[in-house]
Design a protein around this ligand. Structure first.
Ligand SMILES: Nc1ncnc2c1ncn2[C@@H]1O[C@H](COP(=O)(O)OP(=O)(O)O)[C@@H](O)[C@H]1O
Ligand SMILES: [Mg+2]
Length: 380
């Protein structure tokens, strides 16, 4: 039977939301390979039915964490729990986990039906039940009728759909996906992301998705855990990660960002005020703890949080138009300015005539379209 969405039907009282929220609990998990600390004291709760994405640069420890959850690797320290049961020492095939890797090749000599039914056969499920189940998951990935094809007779996208069907056939408690679409071209990848999200919702299967692609993570996830150098840097909704990055690394890795020289104007409990030019913005106080009023800070603003204006008004800073780049739905405008740590500010404007309005070499002012941003102590 396919697992239907977990819609809050629970014997627990509403007050035990904490216990409910951790369907998978990763507790202080570490893994070394020789001198390399691939994962260091990772702690993470994955909620029932959500898609949680591990996002980070290559070598950050994403695959290591996934392999530990799957049971393909043994941790040096820490533990893993599913529905409150410790599975750290349970062998992979008893964990009820479905896995789909980028290069998790289908068995080339087996047809689609045999590939999808493989896990069930290993579990000694009756033949008729395997057939029923294979048909069910092939319908789910829109490959009804492909049972007798060999993998080589399928496109790359179809092969990954078969691999997804194979991972789902065993009705896993947890679905693990490691960069499953990274070999596909851009358009196919986008449609596979949508399709995965739909299937995941339909089944309500708790999913851990790995990617190094920040736009994939932002569009697909209920929550994102940003991982770099074996450490979890931040866990939050896509909007929290994008709007309220916890540190410089997250701010720079997820989306384009401008880093501007600003000053700390003051702190009021949770909220700090940062001044640049004629503007004062409110930012989270936490990253600026220990700095006093007047201290230099780096203000992080997204390209769409800025706009161009004629020189004069209440602006953040001034500069000279250095380059335009037409992107179809918007213009990217690069402004040379001393206010930026890199000497360049990127502004994203929607008007199609932006390049005519702001020609190369024009003197401009840069204003902010929001009252808030994030700021961190300078790196120097
Ligand atoms: N089997 C292994 N042997 C030695 N080093 C490994 C092994 N697997 C991963 N590593 C190292 O551990 C770190 C994390 O790797 P990995 O988890 O694959 O990162 P990601 O999936 O985020 O790219 C890297 O420095 C990588 O070189
Ligand atoms: Mg990897």
């Amino acid at each position: 039977m396919l697992k239907m969405p977990a819609n809050g039907v629970s014997s627990r009282s509403p007050l035990s939301a904490d216990a409910d929220s951790a369907f998978v609990r990763i507790d202080g998990l570490s893994k070394h390979f020789g001198d390399v600390a691939a994962l260091q004291h990772a702690a993470l709760d994955i909620r029932r039915g959500e898609i949680l994405t591990l996002l980070g640069p290559s070598g950050g420890g994403k695959t290591t964490l996934l392999n530990l959850v799957a049971g393909f690797l043994v941790p040096d320290g820490g533990s893993i729990h599913i529905e409150g049961r410790t599975i750290t020492d349970v062998p992979p095939y008893q964990r009820e986990i479905g896995v789909l890797f980028q290069n998790y090749a289908l068995f080339p000599h087996m047809n689609v039906g045999a590939n999808v039914g493989y896990g069930l056969k290993m579990r000694h499920v009756a033949k008729a039940e395997i057939q029923r189940r294979v048909a069910e998951v092939l319908a789910l990935v829109r490959l009804t009728g492909y049972d007798l094809r060999k993998p080589r007779q399928l496109s790359g996208g179809q092969q990954q759909r078969v691999a997804l069907a194979r991972a789902l056939a065993i009705s896993p408690k947890v679905l693990l996906l490691d960069e499953p679409f990274s070999a596909l071209d851009k358009n196919l990848r986008a449609s596979m992301q949508l399709e995965l999200k739909e299937i995941q919702r339909q089944l309500g299967v708790t999913t851990i998705f790995v990617t190094h692609d920040q736009s994939e993570a932002l569009s697909l996830s209920d929550r994102i855990a940003v991982l770099s150098e074996g450490r979890i840097r931040q866990v939050g909704t896509p909007n929290e990660i994008y709007r309220r990055p916890a540190d410089r690394f997250v701010a720079g890795f997820v989306g384009d960002v401008n880093t501007l020289h600003a000053r700390l104007a003051g702190v009021e409990s949770q909220c700090a005020f940062v001044a640049l030019g004629a503007a004062t913005l409110s930012v989270p106080a936490e990253p600026l703890r220990g700095l006093s009023a007047g201290a230099p800070v780096d203000l992080f603003l997204r390209p769409e949080q800025l706009r161009l204006a004629a020189r004069g008004g209440t602006s953040l800073c001034e500069g000279i138009i250095a380059a335009h780049s037409y992107q179809g739905a918007h213009f990217d405008i690069h402004v040379a300015s001393d206010a930026a740590v890199s000497g360049r500010i990127l502004i994203r404007q929607a008007q199609s005539d932006a390049s005519a309005q702001w020609p190369l070499g024009a003197d401009v002012a840069i204003a902010c379209v929001t009252q808030d941003g994030v700021a961190f102590a300078p790196e120097r």
